[in-house]
Design a protein around this ligand. Structure first.
Ligand SMILES: C[S@@+](CC[C@H](N)C(=O)[O-])C[C@H]1O[C@@H](n2cnc3c(N)ncnc32)[C@H](O)[C@@H]1O
Length: 385
């Protein structure tokens, strides 16, 4: 992990573990570089769309058709002989290759089950395989937070029996219990990061899901102070291209919890709360939610738009309502740190600072666009002032 020592793990009231700054952190500073312990494809198993064959089945780079190589036993494609060779002893072991082939041939499964079950089966086979090829990484996976919900338990019941009956037993190992299968599904649901397809200006979908040992400790905030970048297609040859890099959006003092947003920051209050309860099992009470909880539901988006317009007029100072309270204190965040590219909704963070000065170039973590920080400079407000 780069930037070792900038963050420490702490117990945070009502949130479980979290990551806290051990020293003042600067805008743009890289606070974490983390490699996945497990990656799995986000595409259906059977009748995969053309896009599923666009990515290497090991590192998930976009494939260049001229250089891609087939697995000798199934249809999986790899970007190079090196990736195929690493995959054969890790992510695409004979156990994974045979199990996925058997699942693909099970028409009953696909006629009756939605994409969600297919992706869960991909994850479970990857996790069962991890216990064979890297017991220490499997122990890390087990250390992630995640108590199974009723949905996880019923998915596990179905998938556990399907995988036990269709797939070969894992060589020299005891079978997974139903309880462990349910626990694994919960850990995946609460901790997986999506590696997105290249941004082409429209709806962006996930190409692969990854589980990251350190990044899984970041808690959520609807106005995050850090955001994560990935460079799956543009990483250098000698870098792990599926690494997650977390950079500070703005300065924070020592002792502050460092949080990411688990989804695009433009989601409205009701959508955010629903998503956090349903997918992550908690109701958010961050500063932004406390303010927006007082906005009436159907006015939510309208108020946000109006407040942003007012705040533009007032040089992003934050508008006061008739009671003299600031009813949109986070307008500043939206204006400065939300990408204005069409349909993008990414978050902007400065490029890493040099030894002597902060960068004035902001990078979007979705479309990758670089732009000058229009608000940066000496009169810049710190979010923690
Ligand atoms: C990716 S994990 C984050 C690390 C986790 N706190 C731990 O102890 O391992 C996501 C889980 O952390 C908790 N969490 C994250 N952000 C939170 C927040 N703002 N308020 C309450 N709980 C939160 C929820 O239980 C969520 O399902």
């Amino acid at each position: 992990m780069a930037a070792e020592g900038l963050l420490s793990v702490a117990e945070i009231d009502g949130r479980g573990r979290g990551l806290v700054s051990t020293q003042p952190l600067k805008a743009g500073q890289v606070v974490l570089r983390d490699s996945p312990i497990l990656l799995y494809s986000a595409f259906p198993l059977q009748n995969p769309s053309s896009s599923s064959s666009s990515y290497c089945h090991h590192c998930f780079r976009t494939l260049q058709s001229s250089s891609s190589i087939n697995c000798s036993s199934c249809s999986a494609l790899f970007c190079s002989a090196t990736c195929l060779s690493s995959a054969t002893s890790s992510s695409h072991s004979p156990y994974v290759c045979q199990s996925l082939t058997r699942l693909c041939n099970s028409s009953h499964f696909f006629l009756n089950h939605l994409l969600e079950r297919q992706l869960q089966s991909r994850f479970l086979i990857a996790a069962y395989n991890l216990s064979l090829v890297s017991p220490s990484k499997f122990q890390t996976l087990l250390s992630f937070q995640g108590i199974p919900s009723a949905n996880d338990a019923s998915a596990a019941e179905f998938l556990h029996s399907l995988i036990s009956s269709l797939c070969l037993p894992r060589p020299n190992s005891t079978p997974f219990s139903l309880e462990l299968t349910a626990a694994l599904l919960a850990k995946d649901r609460l901790n997986a990061f999506g590696l997105m397809e290249p941004f082409n200006g429209g709806q962006r979908s996930v190409r692969a899901y990854g589980l990251y040992p350190k990044a899984s400790l970041f808690n959520h905030d609807c106005l995050p102070n850090a955001c994560r970048f990935d460079y799956v297609d543009t990483a250098m040859e000698n870098e792990n291209n599926a690494d997650i890099i977390v950079r500070m959006i703005h300065d924070v003092p020592q002792g502050r919890e460092i949080c990411l947003s688990y989804f695009p920051v433009n989601f409205d209050y009701a959508t955010r709360q629903k998503r956090l309860i349903e997918d992550y099992g908690f109701a958010c009470d961050c500063d932004r939610c406390k303010v927006e909880a007082n906005w009436s539901d159907n006015e939510n988006e309208k108020e946000e738009e109006e407040a942003m317009e007012e705040d533009e007029d007032e040089e992003m100072a934050g508008a006061e309502n008739e009671n003299g309270e600031n009813d949109f204190p986070h307008a500043y965040f939206f204006m400065r740190y939300m990408c204005d590219g069409d349909n993008c909704w990414g978050t902007l963070a400065p490029l890493p600072p040099s030894d002597v000065s902060p960068s004035t170039v902001m990078e979007c973590n979705v479309c990758g666009k670089l732009k000058n920080d229009v608000v940066g400079g000496e009169d810049t407000l710190s979010m923690d002032d």
